[in-house]
Design a protein around this ligand. Structure first.
Ligand SMILES: [Zn+2]
Length: 183
């Protein structure tokens, strides 16, 4: 099965509507983020689920609310094997329609808010959704305690495996018996 890589919502109905009427568009679906959008420390191996609500609040302004959830693979901090972890992220943004390029762009608004600007009625939310989702990932993950498949490599090899350069420089002399000189 080929999954789609975008999360396009057509907002033309909101743009056409009477400025005094308050329209709303909801959209749900699945998409598999493009590999270039994924983080170094996790891998999205199956599609993420999203739900979006875009509401006209008048004067060409819109309110976007939504969720994105899914399961990804991260390395277990003990055994380094891939482990499936899931979570859900929520997003809320103000949006503005400024006719122009199709891509969703963000401009700062106040100290830590951003307003999303879109230039065409068809908006692809996939980059935004992947960003929002990635921010909420756990820093580290591990198999449940006592999982027989989870071998604690750090504890097992952490102090046994020394790089050759750190071995004692006298090790190569160990066969040379300094005591053997006969007296
Ligand atoms: Zn593990």
């Amino acid at each position: 099965m080929v999954s789609k890589q975008d999360a396009v919502v057509n907002l033309s109905r909101l743009l056409r509507s009477d400025p005094h009427s308050l329209g709303e568009i909801t959209s749900s679906g699945q998409y598999l983020p493009d590999a270039s959008l994924q983080g170094d420390d996790f891998e999205v191996h199956k599609p993420l689920n999203y739900h979006l609500e875009i509401r006209s609040v008048g004067d060409g302004d819109f309110l976007l609310r939504g969720t994105v959830r899914g399961e990804v693979l991260m390395s277990c901090r003990r055994c380094l094997k891939p482990l499936e972890v899931g979570w859900k992220s929520e997003l809320t943004y103000s949006m503005e329609y400024v006719p122009g390029p199709a891509e969703l762009t963000a401009r700062p608004d106040g100290d830590d808010d951003e307003v999303l600007m879109f230039g065409q009625p068809e908006v692809d939310f996939s980059v935004l959704l992947t960003d929002v989702f990635a921010v909420d990932r756990p820093l580290t993950v591990a198999h449940p305690d006592g999982d027989p498949d989870c071998e604690d490599l750090a504890a097992k090899y952490g102090w046994d495996e020394q790089p050759a350069a750190e071995r004692s420089p006298f090790e190569s002399l160990k066969d040379f018996d300094v005591e053997s000189t006969e007296e």
